[in-house]
Ligand binder design. Structure first.
Ligand code: SAH
Ligand code: SF4
Ligand code: F3S
Length: 440
């Protein structure tokens, strides 16, 4: 038997890339690869990339440049680029960086084993097709040892919304939902390996409409099917679009005990003029009413969001509308970005906001969001929450986990192990975490 080859994968971008990296590692496991934690020891390096903002995409080229020396020392080393930069700039990557042997787009991961063989034989290989076949079905999970208590599971991929700033519809393609039975089989398999919490993933996860035994299922119906899986304790999903927040999903937040009280619901901006130009097809008002309905179903739900400032033609007044919306919603966490021009998207051609102004707006928005986040975190002190423990902390006897609301919680002198769920009373709030004690 030949010695196992070593694979190093570096993952950028969203949770879907984290999930995909795992599946790629499993696919290459069949080719005799085992994963290692550093590029230096690898026989193959894969960068799983993100194209969402310019900075994210540029990182790939600087990272690749760093492998030059490694490749000179080890001519057999194979270097591959996967993910959304691969999809968007496949040919250009090969041109700009000759040390790249393999480029694979997100829809072609099931073809990796054959691509690896060709690369080993000295060929340059590129596959950025959107093939018809179901990559997840071909990327069957291999028998694998136990794993941590939380896992991602992709249920829907791609997007048909075409927000004017966004590359996702181009890099991930049209919206596709996986059939429910495959998702349930995968979920049961994860639970058998020790998983207690599953986060369902999709670029537009609440548009899920996968085939079931009696017609298509909504995301809420899929969640209710998962609710029946013994041993699965918690269900989350991300990312949702406000326009696909169906009644049955809102209701599930009130009635499904396994569905956690946390919802990531990006709004992007608070000005109707900007929302329209972003092609978001919701208004600030319709978003606020939606949040009201969600809170009526589940009053303690923690709302998370995404924001873009400095979108083309955003005025100070438009930006104020974003601040007003944030004041009204009160976000438990949020991600905010300065608009980044993405070639090929409709907004790229429009008059751009002065970068210094956009920076200033971003700082003001982030100051407000950070204050809200801290207030909501502090308000947890004295409350009882569920915590799923994930790993030991730095102090002896300490355990770390996540609350129902996704806050990091640490408990001292804790006799529980990873994978245990417990009731915890929150006793104090620090910068990025809460401290709690077990309630017997
Ligand atoms: N599917 C999700 C999010 C996709 S990308 C949704 O519909 O909201 C994650 C976040 O990146 C977006 O919500 C947006 O806030 C941000 N983003 C996307 N394109 C961007 C761009 N060109 N410049 C800056 N931020 C961007
Ligand atoms: Fe991008 Fe808009 Fe689709 Fe989200 S909904 S992935 S922001 S195009
Ligand atoms: Fe980035 Fe692609 Fe995800 S662009 S955010 S890795 S879908």
């Amino acid at each position: 038997m030949t010695a196992p080859k070593k694979l190093f994968i570096k993952t950028y971008g969203c949770q879907m890339n984290v999930y995909d990296s795992e599946r790629m590692a499993e696919a290459l496991g069949g080719q005799g690869y085992s994963e290692v934690k550093s590029a230096d020891e690898a026989d193959m390096i894969l960068l799983n990339t993100c194209h969402i903002r310019e900075k994210a995409a540029e990182k790939v080229y600087s990272e690749l440049g760093r492998f030059k020396k490694l490749k000179a020392e080890k001519p057999d080393l194979k270097i591959g680029v996967a993910g959304c930069v691969a999809q968007a700039e496949g040919q250009e990557i090969m041109r700009r960086q000759p040390l790249v042997d393999l480029v694979v787009g997100p829809q072609s991961y099931h073809r990796l084993p054959e691509m690896e063989e060709k690369a080993r034989a000295g060929e340059k290989v590129l596959d950025t097709d959107f093939p018809e076949e179901d990559k997840f079905e071909k990327l069957k999970r291999r028998p694998k040892a136990t794993r941590g208590p939380t896992a991602f599971l992709t249920v829907q991929e791609g997007c048909d919304k075409f927000c004017a700033f966004c590359v996702v519809p181009y890099t991930r393609g049209a919206e596709v939902s996986r059939p429910a039975d495959r998702i349930l089989t995968e979920a049961r398999d994860l639970v058998e390996r020790g998983v207690r919490e599953i986060t369902l993933l999709g670029q537009n996860v609440n548009a899920y409409h996968g085939a079931g035994a009696n017609g298509d299922l909504t995301l809420a119906q899929l969640i209710w099917e998962l609710d029946k899986v013994d041993g699965l304790e918690r269900i989350r999903f991300t990312t949702s679009h406000p326009n696909d927040m169906m009644d049955d999903l809102i209701e599930a937040h009130g009635t499904c005990k396994k569905l956690m009280p946390y919802l990531h619901l990006p709004v992007q901006a608070g000005s109707d003029k900007i929302l329209k130009r972003m092609n978001r097809s919701h208004t600030a008002e319709s978003y606020l009413r939606l949040i009201e309905r969600i809170r009526a179903a589940r009053p303690d739900i923690l709302i998370s969001g995404d924001f873009i400032v400095g979108f083309p033609e955003e005025t100070e007044e438009d930006f104020q509308a974003t601040l007003d919306l944030v004041e009204e919603v009160k976000y438990g966490t949020a991600y905010s970005f300065k608009y980044s021009t993405r070639p090929g998207t409709p907004a790229a051609e429009r008059p751009q906001v002065n970068p210094a102004e956009a920076d200033d707006r971003l700082q003001r928005l982030q100051a407000l969001l950070t204050r809200q986040q801290r207030e909501i975190q502090d308000s947890m002190v004295g409350r009882e929450v569920g915590v799923l423990f994930e790993k030991p902390g730095r102090q002896p006897g300490q355990m770390l986990g996540k609350s129902d609301y996704l806050h990091a919680v640490h408990v001292a002198d804790c006799d529980r192990k990873a994978g245990d769920l417990a009731r915890v009373r929150i006793v104090s709030s620090r910068t990025n975490s809460l401290a709690g004690e077990l309630i017997d």
